[in-house]
Design a protein. Structure first.
Length: 207
């Protein structure tokens, strides 16, 4: 290794070769001029006058760079969720996906009750996402193009794309969660079907 001490010769130091890394603090500081002459481009931004932004760049701890005291605020036509750490909404915020349904109630409760530093805040948001997915599936059944859990998951492509050999002897990372994929993908559909059948049977028995 360049600049290292040979084994058994602790008194021998190769001083005429540069050492890339040394342990501890440096024994001597190299003058800036020497480094600039030895390393092309070293310290290119050490002098503020060498910076492309000079002389426009100036150090002003009291200045924020803003040209207004407070920007015009977007009107909040309906309540928008925000974290407990935020006293007010930002001047501009999104309105394309307002909260709705049970998933919206879960998300709103997460923002109103728990801080962003709490695990409950994020777990409730994850739960809200799952509930939102179920609500979207239910709404699709009332449309002209309902969700298809068979073709849209790509399960029909498995038999024609080496479903067994492609999972062995390679470096596929999805092998680790293959066993849980049917539960995650098909589980909600099976549970929904069971609940629907039970509801229909109870309705028929009641009549």
């Amino acid at each position: 290794m360049t600049g290292a001490r040979p084994a058994g010769r602790k008194d021998l130091i190769v001083s005429d070769l540069p050492i890339a890394y040394v342990s501890g603090s440096a024994t001597r500081s190299v003058p800036r001029e020497e480094l600039r002459a030895r390393i092309p481009g070293w310290g290119v931004d050490a002098d503020p006058r060498d910076r492309p932004s000079y002389p426009r760049e100036r150090f002003d701890p009291q200045g924020s760079g803003a040209h207004w005291t407070f920007p015009d605020r977007q009107p909040e036509t309906f309540p928008r969720e925000r974290s407990l750490e935020h006293g007010i909404l930002p001047p501009v915020f999104g309105t394309v996906a307002p909260l709705h349904g049970l998933s919206g109630a879960i998300r709103r409760f997460s923002y109103e009750r728990f801080s962003e530093g709490r695990a409950a805040h994020w777990l409730l948001l994850v739960l809200g996402d799952r509930v939102d997915a179920i609500e979207s599936h239910l709404r699709s059944f009332a449309s002209a193009h309902p969700d298809d859990p068979v073709t849209e998951t790509g399960v029909l492509a498995e038999p024609s794309h080496r479903p067994i050999s492609s999972r062995f002897g390679g470096t596929r990372t999805d092998i680790r969660h293959t066993w849980v994929d049917p539960l995650v993908v098909a589980g909600p559909w099976v549970l929904s079907a069971v609940v629907a059948v039970a509801a229909v049977r109870r309705l028929v028995a009641h009549r």
